[in-house]
Design a binder for this molecule. Structure first.
Ligand SMILES: NC(=O)CC[C@H](N)C(=O)O
Length: 310
């Protein structure tokens, strides 16, 4: 691929997607996120040799939110193994909004259906080991620092505090999980870890690099060292296809066809196996909580560059 031409194409697609930024709204249930300017859209592509192509707002920090669920899952799988993790959280999409409680209560055993919904990610946070929240968070931060090559990756305190103050629904999910025996430790501590990993701050460029490490099955693209087992990467990419875009995952699989995970701050991490990682930032969300211009941009990119995996 010629880098200059590819960057021009990215810019054209970004402009086309920009028209969609006024079709969505920024998340407001976490008050701090409501301050974001909805008219932003940026995209970065990271290639196997580490080259990054970008268009638009790709140096603007934003919080990972639900994208962090992939990385907490990686840590939990590496620390506990598959059978421990999947005894406590399932592998099925829900078809419900990410913060829904309904299936957790109505389906027995009361185990979250997958690790990409809030209930499942809170259960996964409960599996991350360490002597205190700091040490448990450190495992997630270390993984992200290694994958991005940025030792400064940290959390956005304002977003973290804002979510912690207002997270009644997540608290309800967590206490339900405690009641049903899925969470066993200190519930408030596990919630605290969950809020903190959701508040980890990154840029679209860094998200593209995270996507490239997943595309390379867990190999660090620059050092060629293995960061996590290929089997763990395979599990994450499969969850991204079936559950990564919440209850729009089926539609996204047909229209875009790339494993992806979105977050309510407007980020999307996409990973094209063996080819590239893609990071998108566009804070205006559709009614399901996905970046409206971001999804459009990925659709254009997938068609233009023939990136769909199916
Ligand atoms: N979909 C999301 O990005 C949700 C993450 C957010 N921290 C929450 O728990 O509500």
């Amino acid at each position: 691929m010629n880098i200059e031409d590819a960057t021009k194409q990215l810019e054209q697609m970004r402009q086309e997607a920009y028209a969609y930024t006024d079709k969505g709204k920024v998340a407001s249930y976490i008050p701090e996120l409501a301050k974001e300017d909805p008219c932003q859209i940026g995209v970065s592509v990271c290639l196997p040799d580490g080259t990054i192509l970008s268009a638009g707002e790709t140096d603007k920090p934003f919080t990972l939110q639900s994208i962090s669920k992939i990385f907490s899952l990686i840590v939990a799988l590496c620390q506990n193994g598959q059978s421990y993790v999947f005894e406590r959280v399932g592998k099925e999409p829900t078809g419900d909004p990410f913060n829904s409680i309904i299936k957790l209560e109505t389906i027995k055993p009361h185990r979250p259906l997958n690790p990409m919904i809030n209930a499942g990610a809170i259960a996964v946070a409960g599996m991350i080991r360490g002597k205190d929240v700091e040490e448990r968070l450190h495992s997630v931060l270390e993984l992200l620092r290694k994958m991005t090559g940025n030792p400064q990756i940290g959390i956005n305190e304002a977003v973290y505090c804002s979510e912690k103050k207002t997270a009644d629904r997540n608290r309800a999910l967590a206490w339900f999980l405690k009641d049903s025996g899925v969470l066993t430790g200190d519930v408030e501590e596990t919630l605290d870890l969950y809020f903190r990993h959701c508040s980890i701050e990154v840029t679209a460029k860094e998200v593209a690099r995270l996507g490239m490490v997943l595309a390379a099955d867990g190999m660090d693209i620059m050092t060629k060292e293995r960061v996590f087992p290929a089997e763990v990467a395979r599990i994450c990419k499969t969850f991204m296809v079936t559950c990564g875009m919440y209850n729009a995952s089926g539609e996204f699989a047909i229209d875009v066809g790339i494993p992806a995970k979105s977050g309510v701050a407007g980020g999307i991490l996409a990973t094209v196996p063996n080819k590239m990682g893609i990071g998108v930032f566009g804070p205006a969300l559709d009614e399901k909580g996905n970046s409206v211009a971001g999804v459009k941009l990925l659709e254009l990119l997938s068609k233009e560059w023939k990136l769909g995996i199916f």
